[in-house]
Design a protein around this ligand. Sequence first.
Ligand code: AGP
Length: 608
Amino acid sequence: MCGIIGYTGASQALPILVHGIHTLSYRGYDSAGVSIFRDGALIVRKDKGRIGDLAPTWSRIELAGTCGIGHTRWATHGEPSQKNAHPQVDASEGVALVHNGILENDIALREGLEAEGVVFASDTDTEVFAHLFSRNFDGDPIAAARVLLEKCHGHFALAIQHHLMPDTLIAVRRGSPLLVGLGVGENLVASDVLALVGRAYHTIEMADEQIAVVTPESATVYDKHGNEVEVERKPLDASELTVGKEGFPHYMLKEIHEQPERLYELITARMDLQHDHVRLDDLGLDDDAWRSIERVDLIGCGTAHYACFYGAYVLEALAGIPTRALQAHEYDARLPVIDDKTLVIAVSQSGETADTKVAVDLAVSQGARTIGVLNVRESFIGRAVDGVLDIHAGREVGVASTKAYTSMLTALLLLTLRAAEARGRGDEIVGRLGRAMRGIPQAIRQVMLSSELIGEVAREIHRANNMLFLGRGADATTALEGALKMKEISYIHAEGYAAGEMKHGPIALVSWEVPTVAIATAGPWRDRMIGNMREIRAREGLVIAVAADDDDDAPKVADFVLPVPTVDPWIAPIVNVVPLQLLAYETAKRRGCDIDQPRNLAKTVTVQ
Ligand code: AGP
């Protein structure tokens, strides 16, 4: 999941490329580079590190030019280093190329090229593309690009420059996102429309197996046979795309605080309380379709996978549909039994996660109905499924997902209520939970009032190296997600467990050096959680309880209590995760970590 930007026009390319790389750095940021055409040659500057540190070292004089490509990298083949940074060049340095994705047959191709005398300068798969393009270029960029599509296996998006075509960008797409941005007297290519805002007025979303030849005055798209194809030129609406921190120190904190209003909008848009009905008819599933479903497979990765866990609890318990929550990257390995009675629900904030897309492709190929619970409707997964439930969280910039997670849970609960209604289980459930859901935004606002207390707890635990997060029932999911937040941004090794698991091994980890967060809010699992906390305290473990604000027992068995308002136990996971989001944030802040762009991570994982 790297970021690609290319520009050709009348302006100096360097500042435009640097801005684009900054904008795309959510896709990976361990190294960056640019190539700019100048005086008959391609000038390349690249190195390990972040664009904010690298760009000031690049000379605007040396890199003066109006056509160039840029890249920000998340390393897959070859460690972050100057030689492995993009752009990669061919032996003559007459071709410069940036790449997002994975070349799956890079070893065979590299060996073939080495046998022909090519000497490689990097450890990357990307360099293979540069040599192949160069060795097959005889003045026709489309013919050379077609060779890449023919010989190269895997998912990739490429932007290429050739020194004999000074103002031309060549773009090639298979599997990884790539757009052409159309401006006035200038055109661009990019991995994400965000990088085109402010320059392009229209965009062309390239399809798989397509080649684009882009100059300041034209953008022509070809299929893999070299035939020109008609493409849609969509107006670029920047209003929804440009987000700032709005006074918050970090995007993550802003997005945590956005949750009440985002969930209010989602719930009120979908919950018709006058008729105890959930408005999800745009999904293409009527009552008969819901009744015909015999099993649901929820698939996702990371936080989205934990949302799937929650979805499995509520769909089975409340709608009576046998449901599994599966890691998308393990779906094909299971050789799942899928048919037209199976509903596969892909949960994804970005809609671009390669692992989840591959799992969707498997489900579609085997005849399952498919739905996407997504934050980006116009995405790879959004285009592959039968229907999309937009979680309406708004653009999420922080790499650690927060508002998207609570929106996923809420969307999955709404989906459950719709299924329950269709399957004759709606009478009591839809009305009760529908009304209870209306209280979620206020309950989350209530949690925010404990920010100072959460800061005190963070001060107490921020030097820990290990932590445990425990919950039961639907809140076992909250424990997993709370641990992931802590891992991702504070780099503390945090494990999330269903609390019943403790006696079967993990309790060996308990010591005064290992703080334990226990989610013990009102509900069928609370008393057993109080018991877990007692067991931990008996072994000198430090306990941080997430408990009802009127729970008198919790302070007796915990060193700290993070109070939350009491809500229906099936809704509690949507509220209970918020103090854990804030605890991870406050802890990471005290550890001096990069909260919005944690090390080694990327916001969207577009490679398997
Ligand atoms: C969440 O905090 C992580 N950044 C990561 O686990 C993420 O949830 C996962 O990569 C899935 O992303 P998606 O929701 O865009 O598919």
